[in-house]
Design a protein around this ligand. Structure first.
Ligand SMILES: NC(=O)C1=CN([C@@H]2O[C@H](COP(=O)(O)OP(=O)(O)OC[C@H]3O[C@@H](n4cnc5c(N)ncnc54)[C@H](OP(=O)(O)O)[C@@H]3O)[C@@H](O)[C@H]2O)C=CC1
Ligand SMILES: O=C(O)C1=N[C@H](C(=O)O)C[C@H](O)C1
Length: 267
């Protein structure tokens, strides 16, 4: 296997820093780009000064000057991701994207871009959550119709989007198995719904606090019993190593939109 040269957008972010380390320590990959915004005070500074586990031959550089990379990784915000996507398409460089909080319009841009370059997009790069996406489909269909489905997620105090991308992916996976339109069955705010819960709903609830890396529980509750399927991430390196694995998997793939279940071959 050849060595993939990896460039990381948003390299100074929480995930960015973990990705610099993951691309450095994986044998099949080499970190060659640590991209930050134009004007960042980090430009020119060795990445090793910010994360001592990251390759000390690389310095932070401007996100508008990409070269010497085989694949780009983006865990930023939707506004950043859209710009980075344009750059990747213009330079025909495959992308791994983990940014959440995307709108339907943003998703349409991803689908368009994937006509030109191969892209892996996943709202969670852990193995556990991608297995969970299959398990919830089994749970949702093995109980009868008298079933209440709720999804709870907890994250650190800095997280902006809610519910998390992973919570929505779990809900969409359940909706698909039930033959439901997710947008029609999702309930985000029960305080405004002054009726009892119906069984054709997926309810979401959210906690934000401290340094929680990411926790998700899908509840399947009926009369007399309740099944709870929980995933807990305890390190961002889990996501970063998954994303770097996806970057290696992308080598020689044709243009198209893939996800982490494709990478893990568990669809
Ligand atoms: N799919 C998955 O497995 C996971 C996904 N995530 C997602 O990754 C994203 C980032 O999370 P996290 O690292 O915690 O966030 P941070 O806030 O720590 O980092 C965000 C990074 O994005 C950069 N950025 C933001 N806006 C722009 C822009 N318009 N142009 C260029 N760069 C920009 C920031 O740069 P600056 O400092 O200059 O603002 C910073 O480097 C979130 O959407 C999160 O939900 C997180 C973990 C796992
Ligand atoms: O913002 C985070 O931190 C995370 N975001 C992703 C999400 O929105 O699901 C994945 C993970 O849970 C951490």
């Amino acid at each position: 296997m050849t060595t993939n040269r990896i460039g990381v957008f948003g390299a100074n972010g929480r995930m960015g820093l973990a990705l610099l380390e993951a691309a450095t320590i994986k044998e099949q990959t080499q970190l060659t780009g640590a991209y930050v915004r134009s004007g960042s005070s980090l430009l020119g500074i060795n990445v090793n000064q910010v994360n001592s586990a990251a390759d000390n031959s690389v310095s932070f550089s401007d996100e508008n000057s990409i070269d010497n990379v085989d694949v780009l990784i983006d865990f930023t915000l939707p506004s950043g991701m859209k710009n980075h996507l344009k750059t990747a398409v213009a330079q025909k460089i495959p992308m791994v994207i983990g940014t959440t909080g995307l709108t339907n319009d943003d998703m349409a841009l991803l689908h368009d871009a994937a006509k030109h370059i191969p892209i892996v997009f996943a709202r969670n790069y852990s193995v556990g959550v991608n297995v969970l996406l299959n398990l919830v489909q089994t749970a949702a269909t093995k109980f009868g119709d008298d079933l209440d489905i709720e999804i709870f997620e907890a994250h650190h105090r800095h997280k902006i989007d809610a519910p998390s991308g992973t919570a929505l992916a779990i809900g969409e996976s359940i909706a698909q198995a039930k033959g439901w339109d997710h947008d029609e069955v999702a309930v985000y705010d029960r305080s405004q719904v002054e009726t009892a819960k119906s069984q054709n709903e997926i309810g979401y609830s959210v906690l934000r606090g401290g340094d929680i890396v990411g926790e998700h529980t899908a509840y399947f509750a009926t009369m007399g019993e309740r099944l709870e399927l929980t995933h807990k991430a305890s390190s961002r390196m889990t996501f970063a190593l998954g994303a770097v694995r996806a970057a290696s998997w992308l080598e020689n793939k044709p243009a198209g939109l893939y996800d982490m279940q494709d990478v893990l071959d568990i669809k």
